[in-house]
Unconditional design. Structure first.
Length: 311
């Protein structure tokens, strides 16, 4: 697995390794699952996808619900299919919850309640941005500290768990412990110093604008997926949407985009540092990374189909 904060070069490294080892890539990014959201999610380009088979990209429309359980189902199916065809697999992405769900399972919390979710979504719309986050902070500050105020999907799930069970989500997670080890993995974490990361984030944000992020947001709206949808309230789409609605000038939108991306990177790094077993490298340590991957592929049978749960 290859993970790390946003803008650390995960995709480029994964493509290089996949080509070298004849591997296929399973995306572990909570936004790249949505069709039409390409530039703002830094989705692999069509040229990259032509060079290396990718899975769990473009699987739902922006108005569809998607969660870690659905990701786990799709990712395990993709891994099973690939290894049965004799292929190696690289799981790539910065969504720590997805990586944890894939390798160590999910806690058995209350099932989804569509009516409750709809009411919570309506309350967020009527009370204004930040309402759900403040509410969660009052009942489960530990979970609230990990979530962005605009992450409506996860905020609603955390409140749903608390309202249905009376137990905070963070308590459910601690009780589960995520101690399952479904298969053997090598997990590479990419990290760089703060100044370099912030410079890379600034460059990425401006490149997204040059690549056509403004037109992408317009096009998605024209397809009928409006700014009220949770994926369109995430980083990039929220800021450019605000500009199109007259709340920001372009330069202000870019500044907000860079700020929120830096905050995201900090949250991702905090999460990943708490995960056991990560091997940290600078993105420039390509030789050392390749040697670690070579050793793992040569000596570990954890990617074989008969080592996967239920296979």
């Amino acid at each position: 697995m290859i993970t790390g904060p946003t803008a650390t070069g995960k995709t480029a490294l994964a493509i290089e390794l996949a080509i070298r080892y004849g591997a296929e890539i399973v995306s572990a990014d909570s936004r790249q699952v949505y069709r039409y959201l390409d530039i703002g999610t830094a989705k692999p380009t069509w040229a990259q996808r032509a060079a290396v088979p990718h899975h769990v990209l473009d699987v739902v429309s922006p108005d569809a619900h998607f969660d870690s359980a659905r990701f786990r189902t799709l990712a395990l199916a993709a891994i099973q299919d690939a290894v049965q065809r004799g292929k190696r697999v690289l799981v790539v992405g910065g969504t720590g919850l997805y990586l944890r769900a894939l390798t160590r399972g999910l806690f058995a919390g209350p099932p989804a309640d569509p009516a409750l979710r709809a009411r919570l979504h309506e309350q967020e719309q009527s009370e204004g941005p930040g309402f759900l986050h403040r509410w969660l902070g009052s009942v489960d500050p530990e979970a609230a500290a990990r979530l962005h105020p605009n992450d409506a999907v996860r905020l609603i799930r955390a409140l749903e768990v608390f309202l249905l069970s009376g137990t905070p989500l963070s308590q459910w997670q601690r009780a589960h412990g995520f101690r399952e080890r479904l298969f053997s993995t090598l997990t590479i974490g990419l990290v760089m110093d703060r100044e370099t990361l912030h410079r890379c984030i600034e460059q990425r944000c401006r490149q997204m604008i040059r690549d056509g992020l403004v037109d992408e947001v317009r096009r998605v709206w024209e397809l009928g997926y409006g700014p009220e949808l949770p994926p369109l309230q995430t980083i990039g789409y929220a800021q450019i949407g605000g500009m199109l609605q007259g709340r920001y000038r372009l330069e202000d939108a870019i500044a907000h985009l860079a700020l929120e991306t830096r905050r995201l990177a900090k949250r991702q790094l905090t999460w990943l540092r708490a995960e056991p077993g990560l091997c940290w490298y600078a993105p420039t340590q390509t030789r050392e990374i390749a040697a670690a991957v070579e050793l793992f592929f040569d000596h570990d049978r954890g990617s074989r189909a008969d080592h996967l749960p239920g296979f």
